[in-house]
Design a protein around this ligand. Structure first.
Ligand SMILES: NC(=O)c1ccc[n+]([C@@H]2O[C@H](COP(=O)([O-])OP(=O)(O)OC[C@H]3O[C@@H](n4cnc5c(N)ncnc54)[C@H](OP(=O)(O)O)[C@@H]3O)[C@@H](O)[C@H]2O)c1
Length: 328
């Protein structure tokens, strides 16, 4: 297997953009101890992929060039590394490779056994490839904000910003599994879509009320899952309940300063920066929700691996509704 070649999409230098991607044939990787080789069926494209290409984590990530991006995959196990016990050849799986490691934009990828879970036959590879980074982020934000997804928690008013995007569309659905009233920001063209995910009220982010995050029903938010950018603390401060929390997934330097200040002053209102952490039990839980039809991936668009640069360009445009998926 190791001597055979596979098609990959990679880049060889920093510099954001679809034009900087190259199609190449490289040897199929050999799974090491605790790894499985996966024939990739689908891979989700995330904004962090092009941000890394643009030098966001320079000089630490990527570790070397050329780099094959892509973290969130679904596919079939075709070879087992030493010591793998959870899987056998032919298993359909969902895995997170990690955005820093990458490797997903390829015909084959190696995944760590510990970050791989079985894909139920009821859910497609395309839907499962959407999950990884964005759905885990949404889930971890809600848990951090104190939302209990089994309706055992107290009633909470939750605001999700950029609710039409990859993270936001999972956040709305997951929030509604809790005892929540959900306000969601999106553009006017996506209002019906975001309502269909379960949002109770919509704020058009291009209106003055939307920019001020003012709830149409006059609520104060107990939790804000902040998936868009460019909001100041004073905007949040006006709309938070007494112990309201903002969980920010793209914190600016001033948001980080606010976080430190609120911590030091033991403020009741908090801003919490969050970086997604790859946890197999979270992935397993989200896959189970999909199987039970409590969570779905809305596919913005899908592209064949041979057209991966179009998927990349679409992600950079920043107007995806749900997930952009590449199929191999
Ligand atoms: N911290 C972490 O661990 C972590 C994890 C995942 C993602 N992220 C980051 O979180 C951000 C969101 O990720 P994503 O995958 O959801 O992105 P995405 O899918 O590319 O988001 C695109 C969507 O956001 C909407 N949008 C853009 N600006 C908006 C605004 N100001 N108000 C309301 N909606 C807005 C767009 O709607 P229109 O077309 O109407 O503008 C579009 O539907 C990215 O910056 C990503 O890098 C961080």
């Amino acid at each position: 297997m190791a001597s055979k070649l596979m098609h990959v999409v990679q880049y060889s230098s920093y510099g954001k953009g679809a034009a900087n991607l190259q199609h190449a044939e490289i040897p199929i990787p050999t799974p090491k101890k605790g790894e499985v080789l996966v024939k990739v069926e689908a891979v989700g494209i995330n904004p962090i992929d092009y941000k890394i290409q643009g030098g966001f984590l320079r000089p630490f990530v990527p570790k070397k060039f050329p780099h094959v991006p892509g973290s969130d995959i679904a596919g079939e196990v075709v070879e087992l590394g030493y010591g793998v016990t959870k899987f056998k050849k032919g298993d359909k799986i969902v895995a997170m490779l990690g955005s820093a490691t990458g490797g997903g934009l390829a015909e084959y990828a190696v995944a760590k056994e510990e970050m791989t879970v079985i894909k139920p036959y009821e859910v497609s590879a395309v839907e499962c490839a959407g999950l990884g980074t964005p759905a885990l982020t949404a889930y971890q934000c809600l848990i951090t904000a104190g939302v209990r997804l089994d309706k055992t928690g107290p009633p909470m008013n939750v605001l999700v910003t950029a609710a039409s995007g990859g993270v936001g569309h999972y956040a709305v659905q997951l929030a509604k599994l809790g005892n929540t009233f959900v306000t969601a920001t999106c553009g006017a063209r996506n209002a019906a879509f975001v309502r269909s995910l379960g949002a109770d009220e919509i704020l058009d982010y291009k209106t003055p009320e939307g920019q001020a995050l003012i709830s149409p029903s006059g609520r104060k938010y107990d939790a804000v899952i902040h998936c868009s950018t460019g909001m100041s603390w004073s905007t949040f401060n006006n709309v938070l309940s007494l112990r309201g929390k903002v969980v920010d997934i793209t914190p600016s330097p001033s948001a980080l300063a606010t976080f430190a200040m609120k911590k030091l002053s033991c403020s009741k209102k908090q801003l919490i920066p969050l970086l997604v952490s790859s946890k197999a039990e979270d992935l397993q839980f989200l896959v189970k929700l999909m199987k039970e039809k409590k969570l779905r991936t809305v596919v913005d668009s899908r592209y064949h691996l041979s057209k991966a640069e179009d998927a990349w360009a679409k992600c950079i445009e920043g107007h995806a509704v749900g997930k952009i998926i590449v199929v191999a």
